[in-house]
Write a protein that binds this ligand. Sequence first.
Ligand code: ATP
Ligand code: MG
Length: 423
Amino acid sequence: MAKLSIVAALAAMVALTLTALRLRRARRDFDEEVEAWKLRLDLDLRQARKERNQLLDALAEAFLLIDAETRVIFANRTAREMFQGREILGRSLADAFLDRRLVDALAPCLETGEAVTTRVVLPAQASPLGNQERRGTNAWVVDAARLSESSAEDPTTRVVIRDVTNEHQTEQIRKDFVANASHELRTPLAIINGYLENLLDDGLADDPELTRRFLKVMRRHTERISRIIEDMLVISRLESGEAGALKVKPFRMRSCIQDVLERLESMIRAQQAEIRIEMQDDALSFTGDRFYWTQILFNLVENALKQNPRKGLTVTVGCTRDAEATRIWVTDDGVGIPSADLPHIFRRFYRVEKHHSQEEIKGTGLGLSIVKRAVEAHGGTIEVRSAPGEDTRFTIVVPLEAEAALQTGLDPSEAPLGSAGSS
Ligand code: ATP
Ligand code: MG
């Protein structure tokens, strides 16, 4: 009996040991499976993060995630580029953005969670983002909102920053143009009105001599208004970018120069100016819109004469053509253009102060902006150098490819530029 009990006990022990072993194996299998799941989840999570980062990196806008302590916890590629290698992860916003105004723009969203979209305009020389130095005005659209899935106690805010500097500048130029144009038109109109009042209200019309004098002045000012309007129309036509607006035909550059000199003959004679023509070949033929080339050369030669009323000025007009480009230049040995003004003289309505305070030299300041537009419409570039009193030189370069593109009706700006291009 006792033997039987011992056998039963042994059997029970063996059974228990076996169960324990089985359980241990099951436990090990379970642990291994959990480990495998963990690994898989980790991989999936990493993959999902990678894909999210790739998507966010593809954005042209800077994208940042900010935690409850206003620290940057994520920055996409555009944001990293904006800060040019300066480490911003883990930094507070105030540290990351050097310009306080950008942080201030975000403050309402960070404090209360209220979504914010605002435009921040920073004046010249400001360096709002890291060590990036930018010239001129910077404009940014800052858009911030709290992530909906983040908890109220531990909020995460996403911030999108878009650089709108170019749009801002274009808008500014447009505003300036309207303001300048209105101003330029208002002056001659006010003068005409003044004379009309004199004639009609003050009864001066009874004096034929005076009336005639007043009418002459009025005519001069209406001509000025017409010229301004005509110039503005030319600019807007050229700016509309229709290369098709050009009437392109081959013409002799020499005869175009001749036309311009004939139109300016009385001025040349009055100033006893010496005109030199430097042509490699009198028969040089150029393909373009002759009307605009006459305007270009007229403006350049007229400027040289107009800015230098003294006697004995030398003006040179030249043209050559080689395997790469046609080059056209107009030079004079007059007062020149101060280097501080050089970068601006192609801007609409820009006139060098110094020249005009001394004596009344007529002009609107539209001439050179038309010249530049017209040259660009032909796929060319224009540049100016000036050593006052010695040599003021405007040089136009039109690559042969651009000229050929115009001939075939292509937009010359699409033509591959030769090495001759400069601006
Ligand atoms: P507009 O041509 O519209 O009648 P403008 O001649 O004053 O007026 P632009 O032709 O655009 O205007 O020239 C701009 C300014 O550049 C001139 O007012 C003048 O101050 C300066 N400038 C241009 N060419 C010369 C030059 N050859 N020598 C000295 N200054 C020049
Ligand atoms: Mg001019």
